[in-house]
Ligand binder design. Structure first.
Ligand code: GLV
Ligand code: MN
Ligand code: MN
Length: 417
């Protein structure tokens, strides 16, 4: 099926090198536009240039390497920014696999004329604005938000971009008519592949993600002198609300529904003060939009029920992403590549994590493949994958790219922004 063989050692060596930017023990701390993140972007741009790509870091920080070959092209990518305390492979694997595929194609005469562009989309993890790079490329980012967005580190996005020397640069934008599609390789970040002894996951759908902010307003007072019946404790109301969510969501949830109270803040958050205000970030995910609507409605109902002595207000946070299906044709090509390298050892599966592919899918046919995560652990220092699985995932990507490009029509489809 394939004539392409990736260079395992080169791929792993660069992937391990990327791990050194922001390394903390076995983990990585490399949120968007932090010092190690910016250094990693410059390093990656140089690697792209060496691979014969026309490389740049754009106005929002995306590292983009464009093949000088004419289309139809495949766009490959993922992200190199991380969560605040992260593993070394989330996003990084897909970017380095993309680069290795571009290098391999160029080196082998039979595929040297094929066009592959490579991207490291900035801020998939939402330190400032989730999916900023892929949304900006696709013309789907509300540009006014860029001026006002503030990062988890308290910096304005525009200030962080200026500090990184990126202010005033051109923004990379999708070229209509160039792309046959987008492919992203990623670690699974969950337990299913490992548990079932599979080595490759071919992604069918990506979950939607909605995040709600719930604010509780009580009365701040002295924790020693205020009798229990006289308290208006916003913190207690928050805890009771979280318990209500955990009791009520299972009654309507689907098989793949998940929800997380990921951030809780008590104001003022002191041992001897009854919290006068409290804030909760509740996120929920599901592969189906209808289910997401039901969950959202239920949160509003529960907030209205709880609203009384303690004020309760629920607000949708920006950055919602809807569930999206992967492109059937591309998905079948990835499946064929998986079968050729891991016969009977791969599976079709939905993604429970969000990915830039769900943004790209709104503009062009898109597909993804997964490799197993050891112990199903991710968004944690302990995230890991066996080297052989990383290499296999990269090889499957290379084979899929070759077969897709060899079959691509001269004028590929694109969808309006
Ligand atoms: C992406 O990192 C996600 O949270 O799914
Ligand atoms: Mn992530
Ligand atoms: Mn990721």
């Amino acid at each position: 099926m394939s004539t392409l063989t990736i260079n395992d050692e080169r791929f792993l060596s660069d992937l391990y090198h990327l791990r050194t930017f922001g390394a903390d023990g076995i983990g990585v701390i490399r949120p968007s536009l932090s010092t190690p993140d910016v250094a990693a972007r410059h390093w990656l741009r140089t690697r792209m240039e060496e691979a014969g790509l026309e490389a740049q870091i754009d106005r929002v920080g995306t590292v983009f390497g464009r093949s000088p070959r004419p289309g139809p092209a495949l766009l490959l990518g993922s992200h190199t920014d991380t969560q605040p305390k992260a593993g070394w492979l989330d996003g990084a694997f897909g970017v380095m696999a993309a680069l290795e595929v571009a290098r391999t194609l160029r080196e082998q005469p039979e595929t040297a004329g094929l066009a592959v562009d490579v991207a490291s989309w900035i801020d998939e993890e939402g330190s400032f604005l989730g999916f900023l790079g892929s949304r900006s490329f696709c013309g789907l980012q509300d540009l006014s938000l860029i001026d006002t967005a503030t990062g988890r580190d308290g910096r304005l996005l525009v200030a962080a971009l200026a500090e990184a020397g990126l202010a005033g640069r051109p923004r990379v934008q999708m070229e209509d008519g160039r792309y046959a599609g987008y492919l992203e390789a990623h670690i699974e970040q969950g337990p299913f592949l490992e548990a079932d002894g599979n080595r490759i996951g071919v992604v069918t759908r990506i979950v939607g993600i909605r995040t709600m902010l719930i604010r509780f307003t009580g009365i701040q007072n002295h924790a020693g002198t205020t009798p229990m019946p006289m308290r208006k404790d916003a913190g207690r109301a928050l805890v009771e609300f979280v318990n209500r969510i955990h009791a009520e969501f299972p009654k309507i949830a689907g098989e793949r529904t998940v929800w997380t109270a990921g951030r809780i803040e008590l104001d003022p958050g002191a041992a001897s003060v009854i919290p006068g205000a409290a804030e909760l970030t509740l996120q929920f995910r599901d592969p189906e939009s209808e289910m997401m609507n039901r969950l959202q409605e239920r949160v509003f109902e529960l907030a209205a029920e709880a609203d009384g002595d303690i004020g309760v207000e629920a607000i949708m946070e920006p950055g919602t992403v809807e569930p999206v299906a992967m492109d059937e044709d591309l998905l079948e090509q990835v499946a064929a590549a998986a079968e050729s390298h891991a016969p009977n050892n791969w599976v079709r599966m939905p993604s429970g994590a969000g990915h830039d592919a769900q943004v790209l899918a709104l503009r062009m046919p898109s597909a993804m493949l997964f490799v197993p995560s050891i112990g199903g652990i991710s968004h944690d220092f302990a995230e890991d994958t066996a080297d052989e699985d990383l290499v296999l995932g990269c090889q499957v990507l290379a084979t899929a790219v070759e077969s897709i490009l060899k079959a691509a029509p001269a004028a590929p489809p694109s969808r309006p922004a």
